[in-house]
Design a protein around this ligand. Structure first.
Ligand code: MN
Ligand code: MN
Length: 322
C-alpha cells in the first residue's frame, strides 16, 4: 500500500515565479521521458517479477516509488514557478508577484505570451501542473515499456534513465534560478544512480544475452550487411569479434549478390562462429525449461496470496492463508 509522507524527498525551492520555465518543466511531469513515465514503467514491470524474482520486485517498487517522489518534486516546483497565477485568476487582488508582473500592458502581454507556450496554465489547470508534456500533449500509457522479461525490461530502464538524464541536462540551460538548478541537479543525479542499479541487477541474471530465451541463429548473428554505396565505415560493429557472442563479424560487401547466391540466405553456412545450429537449439530448450521451472516453482498454482502480514521476508507466502 502507498503511504504519503508530507515532506518532499528533496527540499524544492524557487527564487520567484517563472511561468515560461514552468511550462518547459512539464516535460518531466507528463512527458515521454518524465517522472510519471519512469514511475509507471517500473511499477508495471514489477508485478511479473514479484514471485519468481522477489529481490528485483523489491528494487523495481523502491525505484518506482522514488520516481513518484520525483514527480511530486517536479509538480511542486511547477506550482511554485506559477505562484500567484491561480490567485490572479480567482481574484484581482493584485497581491501576488504574478499580478505585479501583469501590471503594465507590455508586461501582461509578455506574461501571456510566456504562458501561451502551455496555455492550459491560464485556461485549463488554472495555474497548476497538467499531466501533459511541455506542448500540452496528454501523457500516454504507450510511454511505458514492460515486456515481462527482466533481461529486456532492465535494459529498457537503463535507456530510460539516460533519456530522463539528458532532458534534465537540457532543461537546466533554460533557467537561471539557482534553487531550480539545484533541484534539477538532484533529479538528474538520481537518474544516474538508477541507471547503475538497473545495470547491476541485470548482471545478476545470467545468462542475460541475448534477451529472453531463444538463442540467436549462428548463421545470421554475426553478419554485417553493407547496404549503402560509397565510402565504407568500419569499426568494432562490423569487424573483429562481436561484443557479447564473441563471433567474428562477417562483412557482406555486396548483399544483393550474396542474397541471390545463398537462395535468400537459406543456404547460408555458419561462418565465424563456434556455435552450431544444433547447439543453439539445445541451449534454447535448456534455458527455456530452466527459466520456466524457476517461475512455475515460485508462482505455484491454485490459491494464491501476494503478501504476508507482516511481510518479514522478500518472498510471497507459499499459498493463501485464511
Ligand atoms: Mn526520476
Ligand atoms: Mn530514475
Amino acid at each position: 500500500m502507498f503511504y504519503h509522507t508530507k515532506e518532499l524527498q528533496y527540499n524544492a525551492r524557487v527564487s520567484g515565479p517563472d511561468p515560461r520555465f514552468a511550462s518547459l518543466l512539464l516535460e518531466q511531469f507528463g512527458g515521454p521521458n518524465g517522472e510519471l513515465k519512469a514511475a509507471m514503467q517500473y511499477f508495471t514491470q514489477a508485478f511479473v517479477a514479484r514471485k519468481p524474482y522477489p529481490d528485483k520486485y523489491d528494487m523495481l517498487m523502491d525505484i518506482a516509488t522514488e520516481e513518484f517522489s520525483h514527480l511530486e518534486i517536479v509538480g511542486a516546483t511547477i506550482q511554485m514557478l506559477l505562484n500567484g497565477v491561480n490567485g490572479e485568476l480567482k481574484d484581482v487582488a493584485e497581491q501576488s508577484e504574478i499580478s505585479r508582473l501583469l501590471k503594465g500592458t507590455e508586461e501582461k502581454e509578455h506574461a501571456i505570451h510566456q504562458a501561451m507556450v502551455s496555455p492550459e496554465f491560464l485556461v485549463q489547470t488554472g495555474g497548476g501542473p497538467a499531466v501533459t508534456n511541455s506542448q500540452g500533449v496528454p501523457w500516454s500509457g504507450s510511454y511505458v515499456n514492460a515486456n515481462g522479461d527482466l533481461t529486456v525490461d532492465l535494459r529498457s530502464n537503463i535507456a530510460a534513465e539516460g533519456r530522463a538524464k539528458i532532458v534534465y541536462e537540457y532543461l537546466m540551460q533554460f533557467t537561471n534560478d539557482p534553487y531550480v538548478k539545484e533541484t534539477l541537479g538532484f533529479l538528474m543525479t538520481r537518474e544516474v544512480a538508477h541507471a547503475q542499479m538497473f545495470e547491476a541487477a541485470l548482471d545478476t541474471i545470467q545468462p542475460n544475452f541475448p534477451q529472453g530465451i531463444l538463442q540467436a541463429d549462428p548463421r545470421y548473428s554475426n553478419q554485417y550487411f553493407n547496404l549503402s554505396n560509397g565510402t565504407k565505415a568500419r569499426g568494432p560493429w562490423n569487424q573483429g569479434k562481436s561484443t557479447k557472442l564473441k563471433e567474428e563479424w562477417q562483412y557482406i560487401d555486396d548483399p544483393r549478390s550474396h542474397v541471390t547466391e545463398t537462395d535468400g540466405l537459406t543456404r547460408q553456412p555458419v561462418q565465424g562462429s563456434d556455435r552450431s545450429l544444433e547447439e543453439a537449439g539445445k541451449k534454447s530448450q535448456a534455458l527455456g525449461s530452466q527459466r520456466s521451472k524457476e517461475i512455475k516453482k515460485a508462482v505455484g498454482s491454485g490459491t494464491n496470496q501476494w503478501s504476508s502480514y507482516p511481510q518479514t521476508d522478500l518472498k510471497s507466502p507459499k499459498s493463501a492463508r485464511d
